[in-house]
Design a protein around this ligand. Structure first.
Ligand SMILES: O=C(O)CCC(=O)C(=O)O
Length: 283
């Protein structure tokens, strides 16, 4: 139980929602059959193109048709499925929401993107997710027979404290469905994953849509899995594909024993306040 296979589906999401979902389900089968994965993840906004102009049009309630399909796929293949994210409508608001399903098809957790992607790099990349979306305000962790896994979405990876909270709560793998762009992707996408993996001595996986040069928002691709030593175990190029890697929890323990930063940190000088009351110290 100390080893398991994680697969990331770098799906090319187009304008046809039902086709996106249908193809995601086909790829999930291939992640299980061809990669022997027991944990599978889809990208951010996998049932719609990514962009503020699309969120309302593609939004669904949860449960709804897309999450029903994910639930059935998790049950059919007896896997943990991190359902990327979809635009969710609830109480007149829109959210960027990830859902997680267990091997019996039950939705075991869900997550609304906490940090909305509002940036302005003049002449290169301006995006304001908060024009149409509302932020969530809860975390998302789920237990498997292997370890606890934490989920957050894309821009959330830039916030080191959030990953630290997950690590402190005992997560050994963090999965970020994401869709970095052609400005920040080449510079920061892999570096951020390696930083979070190294800071917290855990596995980090980030799963992007495949690049579509004709889309209004061009995703960088390069879905990747990083180990607690910050090695890149698997990395896609920009095309539609599955990447997978073995998660080895004995290796994680070895890294933590060799460089025992979680025992050496000076909680008397600095500490994470926000979840200190509700999340126990490192397990
Ligand atoms: O942080 C970035 O550079 C990209 C973030 C992003 O694309 C997102 O949150 O959807």
């Amino acid at each position: 139980m100390s080893k398991f296979k994680l697969a990331l589906i770098q799906l090319k999401a187009g304008l046809d929602k039902s086709d996106n979902v249908k193809r995601a389900i086909q790829f999930i089968k291939s992640a299980v059959v061809d990669h022997q994965a027991s944990v599978v993840a889809l990208p951010e906004c996998f049932n719609s193109p990514y962009g503020t102009q699309y969120f309302a049009k593609y939004a669904e309630t949860i449960p709804g048709p897309t999450t029903d399909a994910l639930s059935a796929a998790a049950k059919e293949h007896k896997i943990y499925l991190v359902g990327g994210s979809i635009p969710e409508t609830s109480d007149g608001k829109l959210y960027n929401t990830s859902t997680v399903f267990g091997p019996d098809g039950t939705m075991i957790s869900s997550f609304r993107k906490v940090h909305l992607f509002d940036i302005d790099i003049k002449g290169q990349m301006t995006f304001k997710e908060s024009d149409s979306l509302s932020p969530g305000s809860t975390f998302c962790m789920f237990d498997t027979e292997h370890c606890k896994i934490g989920v957050a979405i894309c821009y959330d990876i830039r916030f080191a404290e959030m990953a630290m909270c997950y690590a402190r709560a005992g997560c050994k793998v963090l999965i970020y469905p994401g869709a970095f762009n052609m400005t920040t992707g080449p510079k920061h996408w892999k570096l951020l994953q390696q930083a979070r993996a190294l800071d917290n001595q855990l596995y980090v996986a980030a799963v992007s849509p495949a690049r579509d040069e004709k889309a209004s928002y061009v995703a960088y691709g390069h879905s990747a899995i990083i180990n607690p030593w910050a090695d890149v175990l698997a990395e896609a190029d920009e095309t539609e594909q599955i990447v997978s890697a073995e998660i080895d929890l004995e290796f994680l323990d070895k890294v933590r024993n060799q460089i025992p930063i979680s025992k050496q940190k000076r909680d008397d000088l600095y500490k994470i306040e926000s979840l200190a009351k509700t999340i126990p110290a490192n397990q």
